[in-house]
Ligand binder design. Structure first.
Ligand SMILES: [Zn+2]
Length: 424
């Protein structure tokens, strides 16, 4: 009986522990804040990323994290092409909208004026005389619609290639049959504009396109946000949790990319973990890093590995969280093949806690902020969740679209895994 009671108490405390450790209300409110219009998509327009960094800094301070260095910020800079002003197109007088109907190539240069459209298909590529004739035309006021030759014209691959490289010096190219509009930032200008239209938006016949796209370039000052909770048993050993807080910002004055799953969700879990460990002092010191400039090429995390505020060789385990809002289909662990023992431990934590339906291994990948740590010899994992969610780098990755269906389970898995590494 006594044994039964003891077991019951143990069971209760375990379930209570997992029910109270995470704070999904707090996580939701963090995501909602980070995705709000006031944060301008956490990019390069209106200092969106700086506003987000300030919010994270205040949360770190509220959880009594210790700053590393003078304050919570680690400053860095990088070049970026950005679109603070107009991103407008009219097709024969009909407005179409950036992010919703069309998107440009990363680093698209400014476009301003009235343009015509020329459809390039196999009837042109296969016809020697016609090909010659068009190649002689001055196309600087034309956009070439090139969907039908997208690198796959079998009769004339060389001709197709030269069109796609814009060797005729048209103003730009148009791809009009895109299922989704995915945006990415760039550090430098692209050689010529490419416009991607959502399938069904670009009419079969367009006589006149009015385009006003203002591209700008700057060295953008930004910052990683870093705080620590000191370990009570081995303060000189470190566990590091990371999540990038930047996203794509804005395209013109109206279009905002909220980046809810990517990666307000990871930042919310990072802040929630900071909150948890501030109340449950860990054995090792835990460092929390919200990285800047991930979207433009892992710049914030690379900078940290080159200018570490914690000796890299003292890091026992780094857990990077990016895309953390689903989980119905499980979790993928990048670097599982690099650290098979710790991957097995992760799976063990998951089966003991009955958290997620699947833990999938993946090899090394240069796809988030763990990467340069791995290269520097730091045992690192990148965890992302899988589930029924299809918005990626588009304007529909919103707070409202998230379910956070496996948030409590994933949070507890992170805690169990880190605690196991700390020998608890
Ligand atoms: Zn991301």
């Amino acid at each position: 009986m006594r044994k039964f009671i003891l077991l019951a108490v143990l069971f209760l405390s375990l379930t209570l522990g997992s029910a109270t450790a995470q704070d999904i209300i707090y996580a939701r409110s963090c995501i909602k804040t980070l995705c709000s219009d006031d944060f301008y998509g956490r990019g390069y327009v209106n200092n969106g990323d700086k506003i987000a960094a300030q919010f994270i800094k205040e949360e770190f301070a509220a959880h009594k994290l210790i700053p590393l260095g003078d304050n919570y910020f680690q400053s860095l800079g990088f070049p970026v092409v950005y679109y603070p002003d107009r991103a407008e197109i009219e097709l024969d007088g009909q407005s179409v909208f950036a992010g919703q109907d069309f998107i440009m190539n990363p680093g698209c240069p400014s476009i301003n004026g009235s343009f015509k459209v020329l459809v390039i298909d196999s009837s042109i590529l296969d016809n020697n005389a016609e090909f010659e004739r068009i190649s002689q035309i001055n196309l600087k006021n034309y956009f070439l619609v090139v969907d039908d030759i997208k690198g796959k014209n079998l009769l004339h691959p060389q001709r197709a290639k030269s069109i796609l490289a814009n060797e005729w010096h048209a103003k730009g190219l148009i791809f009009k049959n895109n299922a989704s509009l995915v945006w990415s930032p760039a550090m430098e200008f692209a050689p010529f504009p490419i416009l991607y239209f959502k399938k069904g938006v670009f009419p079969a016949l367009v006589l006149k396109m009015e385009i006003k796209i203002d591209a700008a370039h700057k060295i953008h000052g930004t910052q990683n946000v870093i705080g620590m909770i000191k370990g009570k048993a081995q303060p000189d050993s470190f566990i590091v949790f990371t999540a990038h807080y930047d996203h794509l910002g804005m395209l013109g004055k109206e279009t905002i990319f909220p980046g809810a799953n990517d990666n307000a969700s990871g930042v919310a879990m990072l802040l929630d973990l900071a909150k948890h460990y501030s109340k449950n002092p860990p054995a090792y010191s835990i460092v929390f890093i919200a990285f800047a400039a991930e979207e433009i090429g892992l710049i914030g995390s690379y900078y940290f590995t080159q200018n570490p505020l914690v000796e890299l060789k003292k890091i026992s385990l780094l857990i990077n969280m990016d895309l953390m809002s689903t989980g119905d289909e499980g979790l993928t662990a990048v670097n599982a093949t690099e650290y098979p023992d710790w991957f097995n431990n992760l799976k063990m934590c998951n089966s003991i806690g009955h958290y997620l339906p699947d833990i999938a291994p993946r090899g090394k990948a240069q796809n988030s902020d763990h990467y340069y740590f791995t290269e520097a010899g730091v045992p690192s994992f990148f965890f992302y969740l899988r589930g029924n969610y299809h918005h990626y780098h588009d304007i529909e990755d919103t707070y409202e679209a998230l379910t956070l269906s496996k948030y409590p389970e994933t949070f507890q898995l992170m805690v169990d895994f880190a605690n196991m590494r700390m020998g608890r």
